[in-house]
Structures are given as structure tokens and as C-alpha cells.
Design a protein around this ligand. Structure first.
Ligand code: ZN
Length: 764
């Protein structure tokens, strides 16, 4: 599915959304100069705010005495990724279609496993069986006022031989039920709840109709759910040229945007209820797993749904009557849009072949000195067709990073922590490979994983962006300062910051994913987004509470989930010299090294607590709009304030005493507690109505899909005016904040007691 694979990126754009961020700098960085590792001092927040230029003599989380070795290691690593090697890898990964559940996908998994082994990783395939549909018959025809076959396949282009490949799957939406409908048509704009309200104001009914919705402004599974709730009989999704076609820029193969025959495939699974195999909610889809009857699977949609090209959509739209659409509903096709219904009657027939199909994750391991602390990196390997951007650019960058890490290991380095690399299958169907693996290893991950780094559509241009849990945002910025932007030779960070200051977001993908307009706290820092859903960080972050991040280089990309997202597209438009693939491998490598080698994990809970208090404030403002709920937020206000105090105290304890040097047992205990703060924010019982999602601070919105809702339990109950649930969810959130505060207090206690023990050493 994928956000646009970046799924949040909705349709693609996730990572580079302009989201606000805060950058309280924090730090576990140690000031240089004091004799040696014996007397580290942590930089304070104020230092950081005034002087944001990187100080080469310190690195967040590292003892002064360990900085030089880390720098040397990072320099070695940076020299290893190569654009030639990346190009070779991408060519192989995109040589055949490799949709999940097919031989193509298994062969890609085997190739990745063999590559990882050749780099020196232990690597295995992990097999699950998931309930995956494949299309047997996808038929759409206009039957009134004339008969015309629609649902036409994507056309091949001479310049791009791969587009002739007969193995490419037709345009379909996975997890649509089979079904047959003949009905008039209503155009519903993006198919959001608000759009249906507007139609109702215009007295246009959709019950029993086939609704035509354009892609964009949210996850397609939400469009399916909202259409179902409004009693539509069927749903047709199409890509409007105003969003990612010729209105945005030259269409393929002349330019990177969607041609008139381009179709966006994609899953409509209700991943915001729960992702993964529909028949094994909450447990791994192993051979022996107990499976529920598909009729009871809560993440399966119920009305026939299929995607079409802009060309087919034009055929339908030109036969619609009814009122002219509101001005902002007008898309880019050459006619005045009407809501319908009208003369157009469509016949839609879908026959889907639902079966238990084998999927294959690849899990690779580079064993560290502490095999009970894992840095996890991942992305998916299945693609709708060739998947050059989505996901193979990410696969390529991860493999280049793995090759580099393997080289360092060959030269004698052994990571302090174990590095795990997951290449997940069936992400496009609903984050299945990652979800099943996380469900199988949930307890172990909660004990051992220190962070999860996700890549997906990692390169479609040169504009860096990302999303992360607030405790990791500063770390991402720091890594971006270390890596050179291939085009300018300056740092990725500087180019990122400058682009955002000039107000240049990416053009289209962002057109599809509206920004979350959170206020920027520190204008000098480029923002990172919030983790919604839409890619494989979802199970790690929302289900088991592993601190996570997601990143990539975005650009003009209009072939999301189309036949044309292939090697030729990448070579011609996305990253012709593959230098951004190599740069992304360096970003991954630096982040892995900092997380794997740091003395104390480089997390920033000051920033996290500040961020949570801001969400709390927004929530209260929102609740004032509905005073009839009589909600009392005083306990929440106190808990958020307590969390800020505890975070500051922990920070201060670490700063004042460095927390180091210390014996290994104590360092391990502190690191464990640093990881556990994120898990403390999980509600054991999960969110109301969707217990698989347990994070109390973030969740994918039930009616947005990819993008995040903040303090989701309370927020969504408030939206529904369900005051009882809002009260219950507020209590659950308050408890979570107190749990997190208690762990931060423990960090402060351990760091301070350590200082007492070690103080004499500091005076030497
Ligand atoms: Zn993807």
C-alpha cells in the first residue's frame, strides 16, 4: 500500500510532508576538551539553540573519548556506497514484475537474501501464509448512453521496453470483494466525509450508485470505507491530471508525471483498523495459526472497487449531469465537472481469486557485541509491477548500506549492538510481511529493539524529508549534516533547510498529501513529520512502541503504483546517475552507526515531552468548541506538565553527570529505560474500536488513513461527540504519560546515582 508508499505520503508523499517540528535540541552530546572520556559533560538545550552548527568534537550519545573512533568509522562507511553498484542492484530488482504472492516476489526475496549473505550477514527467508486476492476478471463498461468498454490497460511506450511486459498485473484494488453492479454514477471529488456532506447539501444522493472518486487527500482504503458508509454500490478510483498528471507537468514518457492511461493500483484494506493478514489479527500468520472466517475480518472492505486511468474517467465524467461541482472539485480533465447522476450507467464486474498465499520476508543479521540490543532497518520488497521507486529505491539503498556495514565488519569492526535488516513482503497489500513478523516477535522486539529505521519509496528525486518519533528527530537532522547532497556538494541538511525556507515543497506527491500545519517551534530547523501509517514502520511503532523513523529523497513522481514506475523512469527522471541512492545508503549507514555504537542511546525526550504538551493544548482548544461534553482536562494538563518536568530532570541528570563513564551494567540499564519510555506510551488495551493500535500519542486517522492523528483516542472520540469514550481515553492517556514520566524519573535516578559513584573519577 504504501503511502504513496510513503504512504503517508499518501499517495506517495509521505516523508516530505511539511510538518511541523520542533527541534528542541537535546542532547546527549558530550563536550570535548575535558581531559577524556572520564569527564564528559552534556551539551545543554540552550547551547544547542544558540549554536546549531555541528561541533565535530561531539556526537549525541557518545563519550568524548569515543567520538574520534566513531568519526573514523563513519568516514570509512561514507566511502563505501556506490552509485554504480546501486544502479546494478536496482536493475536486477526491477527486471520483472514482483507482486506479493507471485514467483517474482519469491525470487526477489531470494536475491536479497543471497546479497545479504554475500555481504557477511546471516540471512534467512521467513515464510507466512496470508489471505491475498489476485484479480481473475476486472471488467468495467459504459452501458448507457452508449456501450463502451472501459477498464483499459496501461499503454506501452516504445522508449521503455519494460512497459510491454505481459506479466504486469491489470489495474485492480486489492481486497476489493468480488461483485457485479450496474448503476448510475456520482462524482464524489476525493471521496472524503466532507465531500459526501457537500453532496447531500446539493441534494445529490449516492445510495445504490457507483461513486467515482479521485485519488489524493488520504488513503484509498478510507475512500472505500466512506463510500460503503454512504451506501454506495460500487467505487471507481481514478488519478486526476490535476493531482499527478499533465497539469502537474509533462506526462510519461516525456516527463515524470502520470500519462492518460496510467493507473494507480493499491490496497483498500482497512489498515487503520488493523494491518496485516486479515484472518490472523494480532497473531503471526504462520502455517499453524488459527484463522478467522473472512466474513468476520474487520479490515476487509465490502463494496466492489477498482481503479481506472484518467482517460477512462473522462469517458465517464462527460456523461454526468446534475449540478456543476463546487469550484474546488473541478479537476484537470478537459470538461466542466458535474456531480451526476446522469445518462451514464456503468457495469462493473470483479472476480477476485482469494487464497492463502505464501509470502517471504528476508531477515538479515549482523551480530553485535550485545546481541540483546537490536537496531532494526527495513523496507518492503514486493511491488505492484516493477516498483523502481516503490519500493526498490529503498531496497537498493538498504542493500548498499548493508554492503558498507558488511565491509566494515570484514575489516575487523564488530558493532556494539546487533543490526537487523528486514525486507518485508506483501507491504502493498496491507503491511503484511512486517506486521506478521512483528506480531511473531512482539515480546522479543520490546525487549531488544532500540529503534526501527524505515525506508520505502526512498528515491524519486533529490528533496530530503522524513517522519519520526519526536525523540529521534534531532538524530535524523544530525545524520543529514554528515552526508553530502550529491547535486550541490553541501550537506543534505543545508539543502533540505534551504529548500523549505524558500517554500519549495515537492510538487506533486505533496499535492496529494496535504500537510499537517503544525506550528514550527524553531524556524531554523527543517521539520520532520509524524508517523501515521502507510508503510512498514506501522507495526513497529504503533503496535509495539519501538522508536521509529522513515525517510527518503522525494521529487516529481506521477507514476506511483503504475506500470511506469520502472527502471527507465528512474534512469530518465528520478535519479539518472543513482547518486541519491548512494546518498540514502549513507544516511542509513550513519543512523545505524549512531544507534548501534552510542554509549547512551541518542534519544531526545525533552523534545518529545514538549511536543506532547503542544498536542494536549491543541486538544483542549478543540474541546472548547464542544463545551457540552463537559470534559475535564486538568489531570491531562498535570500529567503533560509532569512529563515535561521528568524529561527535563532526566536530561539534566544526564547532562550534569554525563551518565558516563559507568559500568556496563548501569549503561545497559539506562539504555533499556531510554527505549522503554516510548513503550510506556502504549495503552495495554489499545485504542477504542481498534485495539491493535496501542500508541496513545499517534495513530493513523480512521478517516485520513496515512496521516497521523494526535492523541487519537481522545481526539477521535471528541470528533464523534462520544463523551464517555473521550473520558475513558483521557484517563488512559493520563496513565500513559505518568508511566513515561516514571521511567524518565528512573533514568534521572540512575544517572545521578552513577554520578555519585563516579564523581571522584571526574576530578582526576
Ligand atoms: Zn512502498
Amino acid at each position: 500500500m504504501t503511502r504513496m508508499c510513503s504512504k503517508q505520503r499518501e499517495d506517495g508523499l509521505s516523508a516530505w510532508r511539511r510538518v511541523a517540528v520542533f527541534a528542541t535540541a537535546v542532547a546527549l552530546s558530550f563536550v570535548p576538551g575535558v581531559s577524556d572520556a572520564q569527564a564528559p559533560i552534556l551539551a545543554t538545550s540552550q547551547d544547542k539553540a544558540q549554536d546549531r552548527a555541528p561541533d565535530k568534537a561531539k556526537i549525541r550519545g557518545f563519550l568524548t573519548g569515543h567520538v574520534a573512533a566513531e568519526r573514523e568509522l563513519e568516514q570509512k562507511l561514507q566511502r563505501l556506497p556506490s552509485s554504480e553498484s546501486a544502479e546494478r542492484t536496482l536493475r536486477i530488482l526491477t527486471s520483472t514484475p514482483h507482486m506479493a504472492g507471485t514467483d517474482g516476489s519469491r525470487r526477489v526475496a531470494e536475491f536479497i537474501r543471497d546479497q545479504l549473505r554475500s555481504y557477511g550477514f546471516e540471512a534467512e527467508l521467513v515464510r507466512y501464509r496470508a489471505w491475498l486476492p489476485q484479480p481473475t476478471e476486472v471488467k468495467l463498461e459504459l452501458v448507457q448512453p452508449e456501450t463502451k468498454a472501459l477498464g483499459t490497460p496501461e499503454e506501452p511506450f516504445e522508449s521503455d521496453k519494460d512497459t510491454y511486459d505481459k506479466r504486469a498485473v491489470v489495474g485492480f484494488n486489492s481486497y476489493s470483494p468480488s461483485g457485479e453492479v450496474t448503476a448510475p454514477v456520482v462524482y464524489v471529488n476525493y471521496g472524503t466525509q466532507e465531500d459526501y456532506r457537500r453532496l447531500s447539501e446539493l441534494s445529490v444522493g449516492v445510495e445504490g450508485k457507483i461513486v467515482l472518486a479521485r485519488y489524493g487527500r488520504g488513503f484509498r482504503g478510507v475512500k472505500a470505507k466512506v463510500a460503503e458508509e454512504n451506501k454506495a454500490a460500487g467505487l471507481i478510483l481514478y488519478s486526476d491530471p490535476a493531482d499527478d498528471g499533465y497539469v502537474a507537468g509533462d506526462a510519461y514518457p516525456r516527463g515524470p508525471w502520470r500519462p492518460m492511461s496510467g493507473i494507480q493500483r493499491g490496497s483498500i484494506q482497512y489498515t487503520f483498523i488493523f494491518p496485516g493478514d486479515p484472518l490472523t489479527p494480532g497473531v503471526a500468520a504462520t502455517e499453524q495459526a488459527q484463522r478467522i472466517d473472512p466474513r468476520w475480518a474487520q479490515n476487509l472492505p465490502h463494496i466492489p472497487t477498482m481503479p481506472v486511468s484518467p482517460r477512462d474517467a473522462l469517458e465517464i465524467l462527460q456523461h454526468l449531469d446534475g449540478p456543476q461541482v463546487p469550484r474546488e472539485w473541478q479537476g484537470g480533465l478537459p470538461l466542466t465537472y458535474h456531480t451526476g447522476p446522469g445518462q451514464a450507467v456503468l457495469h462493473l464486474k470483479l472476480v477476485m481469486d482469494y487464497q492463502q498465499r505464501a509470502i517471504y520476508d528476508v531477515v538479515g543479521k549482523l551480530r553485535g557485541q550485545h546481541d540483546d540490543e537490536w537496531v532494526v532497518v527495513g523496507n518492503h520488497h514486493d511491488a505492484w509491477v516493477f516498483g523502481a521507486v516503490d519500493p526498490s529505491s529503498g531496497t537498493t539503498a538498504v542493500l548498499e548500506a548493508a554492503r558498507a556495514l558488511g565491509e566494515l565488519a570484514r575489516a575487523g569492526w564488530k558493532p556494539r549492538r546487533t543490526i537487523l535488516i528486514g525486507h518485508w513482503d506483501a507491504e502493498e497489500y496491507g503491511l503484511i510481511g512486517s506486521t506478521e513478523w512483528v506480531e511473531e516477535h512482539a515480546a522479543e522486539l520490546q525487549r531488544k529493539a532500540v529503534a526501527y529505521i524505515n525506508l520505502d519509496s526512498a528515491v524519486s528525486g533529490g528533496n530530503f524529508g522524513g517522519s519520526a518519533t519526536p525523540s529521534l528527530r534531532e538524530l535524523v537532522r544530525e545524520a543529514a549534516r554528515e552526508v553530502a547532497d550529491p547535486r550541490t556538494g553541501r550537506s543534505v541538511y543545508e539543502v533540505w533547510k534551504e529548500r523549505l525556507e524558500k517554500g519549495q515543497g515537492p510538487r506533486s506527491p505533496s499535492a496529494l498529501a496535504p500537510p499537517i500545519d503544525a506550528p514550527r517551534q524553531n524556524d531554523s530547523d527543517p521539520p520532520l513529520g509524524m508517523l501515521g501509517a502507510g508503510s512498514d514502520f506501522t507495526p513497529f511503532f504503533h503496535h509495539v512502541g519501538i522508536p521509529s523513523l522513515d525517510m527518503g529523497f522525494g521529487g516529481d513522481y506521477g507514476v506511483y503504483h503504475a506500470l511506469y514506475d520502472d527502471f527507465y523512469w528512474m534512469k530518465t527522471f528520478g535519479d539518472p546517475s543513482f547518486v541519491y541512492h548512494a546518498a540514502m545508503a549513507r544516511m542509513v549507514g550513519i543512523l545505524v552507526l549512531r544507534l548501534a555504537e552510542s554509549d547512551l542511546l541518542p534519544f531526545d525526550y525533552d523534545a518529545y515531552a514538549t511536543e506532547i504538551d503542544r498536542y494536549r493544548n491543541e486538544l483542549e482548544v478543540l474541546a472548547k468548541v464542544s463545551p457540552e461534553g463537559k470534559l475535564d482536562f486538568s489531570a491531562l494538563r498535570d500529567a503533560a506538565a509532569a512529563l515535561k518536568t521528568s524529561a527535563a530532570r532526566a536530561q539534566k541528570a544526564l547532562e550534569a553527570h554525563g551518565g558516563v563513564p559507568m559500568d556496563a551494567t548501569r549503561a545497559t540499564a539506562l539504555n533499556r529505560q531510554l527505549v522503554d519510555v516510548e513503550q510506556a506510551l502504549l495503552a495495554p488495551q489499545g485504542l477504542t474500536g481498534r485495539p491493535w493500535f496501542r500508541h496513545t500519542i499517534y495513530a493513523p486517522g480512521t478517516y485520513t488513513g496515512y496521516s497521523a492523528v494526535l492523541l487519537p483516542g481522545v481526539r477521535e472520540a471528541l470528533d464523534r461527540k462520544d463523551w464517555d469514550t473521550a473520558r475513558r481515553e483521557t484517563s488512559s492517556l493520563v496513565e500513559a504519560l505518568h508511566r513515561a514520566a516514571a521511567r524518565l524519573d528512573e533514568i534521572a535516578r540512575v544517572a545521578s546515582s552513577n554520578a555519585k559513584v563516579e564523581k571522584p573519577a571526574a576530578g582526576r
